[in-house]
Design a protein around this ligand. Structure first.
Ligand SMILES: [Zn+2]
Length: 227
């Protein structure tokens, strides 16, 4: 059953904000901080919540600003002594490891909500280059072919607003079998994307870019009218 509007907790310190328009429409999910050293998305979602910018005109918006709170506090990819949360999906409710249990709770939420769009905000130490396999900044990453058409629309919109030519955005196909987005896409057939900014840019600029991408995606799926 879908969650009631308000805030619910996947863990005592992992809130999910449920914004419900009361009008029929799609559900969009935005999540950040699954890797604790990738902070721009965390702050972008916090600011968007504070500004009311994701209050839906139709449908529902779910926002999980800090998916791995312990990793975020440590500013590490994983919590000290913990697992990479984004490699634990679909997770296991009875696992001894916290990350595998949390992954399962998030999967249960996705299976209840059946979102049309799931977006995870990340950052990368390496700027994207097609010849460098594990480079991501700045890309819209999809793991399941064919490429969702929204990827090209968002990349084109971001490339119209570059503060410097080095900010250029690209689509990037990079499947990761146990990642949140790919497992969720396989399970429920939604569009699942990872947004990656390059950590070489100033934090404020990275936050602004994440906010812009989230707004463009929310408008594209139809939950808000203006990004
Ligand atoms: Zn990441």
């Amino acid at each position: 059953m879908p969650l009631a509007p308000g805030v619910t907790f996947l863990e005592p310190n992992v809130p999910v904000h449920v914004l419900d328009s009361g009008v029929a429409g799609p559900t969009a999910v935005f999540q950040a901080g699954i890797h604790g050293d990738e902070i721009a998305g965390v702050h972008a979602l916090a600011e968007l919540l504070e500004e009311g910018a994701l209050t839906p005109a139709r449908g529902r918006v779910l926002v999980c600003p800090v998916m791995n709170a312990a990793a975020y506090r440590a500013r590490q990819r994983a919590a000290p002594g913990g697992l990479d949360l984004n490699r634990q999906f679909p997770g296991d409710a009875d696992a001894p490891e916290r990350e595998r249990r949390l992954a399962r709770r998030f999967m249960d939420l996705m299976e209840d909500e059946r979102p049309a769009l799931v977006v995870t905000l990340h950052e990368s130490w390496k700027r994207f280059h097609p010849d460098v396999p594990v480079s991501f900044g700045q890309t819209v990453v999809y793991g399941v072919e064919p490429r969702p058409p929204v990827v090209d629309r968002v990349v084109a919109a971001m490339n119209e607003e570059l503060a410097t030519p080095y900010e250029v955005w690209a689509p990037h196909h990079f499947p990761v079998a146990t990642s949140s987005t790919e497992v969720i896409v396989d399970a429920i057939g939604c569009v699942g994307l990872c947004i990656e900014t390059w950590m070489g840019f100033d934090e404020a600029r990275r936050v602004a870019m994440h906010k812009r991408v989230v707004g463009l995606l929310a408008r594209d799926i139809g939950v808000i009218d203006a990004a």
